[in-house]
Design a protein around this ligand. Structure first.
Ligand SMILES: C[S@@+](CC[C@H](N)C(=O)[O-])C[C@H]1O[C@@H](n2cnc3c(N)ncnc32)[C@H](O)[C@@H]1O
Length: 322
């Protein structure tokens, strides 16, 4: 009997969030966390392979090259918790390096059950690594991991792929403080951050010519249609990526190409969109390398080390809980 109850809870939370964000005064929005249903998670994996999306390859290169150095800075025994693991492919480098020194517990924390299942399958193959997935929001999952650890265990939190960039800057600080509050001195956070680069390159990364990112963005409306009985006609929307110069972030929007009225029965909602009105679906903030140690200081960490990719400006930052 547990499954139908959970499914209903999920639909009602999704419906409530859609209702609230689409009826916000001023700019309409949809929360980016809903981009990742089964189709969205598969499209995100495809985005990571695009030549224009250099971010994942840079993140991977740094982990491949520096995992041994990263883990040498954290005393044993270490348990690894990953926030929003996705398929977890890049995490292999950290887990392999750790498993050469100790039996390793790895806890991917994901709200997308499909991404979590892919991650568990991908990483359970590594010798001396035990994988226990949490299908929970970031902080809930992290608290469960932190509470379940032994007296001597350190926790290494991974937050890769520059997912921190999906938070507004102040909200990012608040989030890091909440992460810090679950940790003990000596625990660590490995934070991946995409660095500022030429605006054309950044825009192409979020608006590729093959249209994969457009499909990823539009799938959010398709998901509302599938799960909430929504009536979005996807041919009446266009994907748009913008570089917001003052806030130093890429914004993804869905632009309505005509005046239209859309019903979403499970959210008890009818929205009227003007021609050219947009729905803001995701932000990806970009950073300067020197901002990260400052962010660490503000949120209860110390930046122990930073590694920067030479091909695609991206930084891997090891923050230690003070
Ligand atoms: C940008 S993807 C990054 C995936 C992976 N870490 C990488 O670097 O490629 C963000 C992931 O976080 C998950 N996610 C988003 N919001 C979440 C939340 N509040 N709690 C847990 N997972 C979340 C999504 O389902 C998605 O798989």
């Amino acid at each position: 009997m547990a499954t139908p109850v959970l499914a209903t809870q999920h639909v009602s939370e999704f419906a409530a969030d859609v209702r609230e964000s689409l009826t916000k005064p001023g700019q309409r929005e949809l929360p980016s966390k809903y981009l990742y249903d089964e189709v969205g998670s598969a499209l995100f994996e495809a985005i990571c392979l695009l030549p224009e999306y250099g971010l994942t390859r840079a993140d991977t290169r740094l982990l491949q090259e520096y995992s041994a150095d990263i883990i040498s800075r954290i005393p044993s025994p270490v348990r690894v918790a990953e926030l929003g693991s996705g398929s977890g492919k890049k995490t292999r480098w950290i887990l392999e390096a750790l498993s050469r020194r100790q039996l390793t517990y790895y806890y991917p924390i994901e709200i997308s059950p499909h991404a979590l299942a892919a991650c568990e399958k991908e990483l359970a193959q590594i010798d001396l690594v035990s994988v226990v997935g949490y299908e929970q929001p970031y902080l809930e999952g992290l608290r469960s991991v932190a509470e379940g650890r032994g007296e001597r265990d350190h926790v290494l939190v991974l937050f890769l792929g520059s997912t921190i960039g999906n938070f507004d800057r102040d909200a990012g600080d608040t989030f890091l403080r909440e992460v810090r509050a679950t940790l003990r001195p000596g625990d660590a956070l490995l934070l991946g951050t995409d660095l500022e680069k030429a605006a054309e390159l950044q825009l192409l990364a979020y608006d590729d010519p093959a249209g994969v990112t457009a499909a990823f963005n539009l799938n959010l409306l398709a998901r509302i249609n599938r799960e909430l009985g929504g009536g979005f006609d996807l041919s009446c929307f266009r994907h748009e990526a913008r570089w917001n110069y003052s806030d130093r972030r890429i914004e993804m929007h869905l632009r309505s190409t005509c005046r239209q009225s859309v019903r979403i029965p499970a959210a008890s909602l009818r929205v009227v969109l003007d021609e050219d009105e947009t729905i803001w679906t995701e932000s990806s903030h970009k950073y300067k390398a020197q901002e990260i140690p400052e962010m660490a200081e503000r949120t209860g960490f110390r930046c122990e080390a930073q590694w920067i990719d030479q091909e695609w400006p991206f930084a891997q930052n090891l923050l230690l809980a003070e």
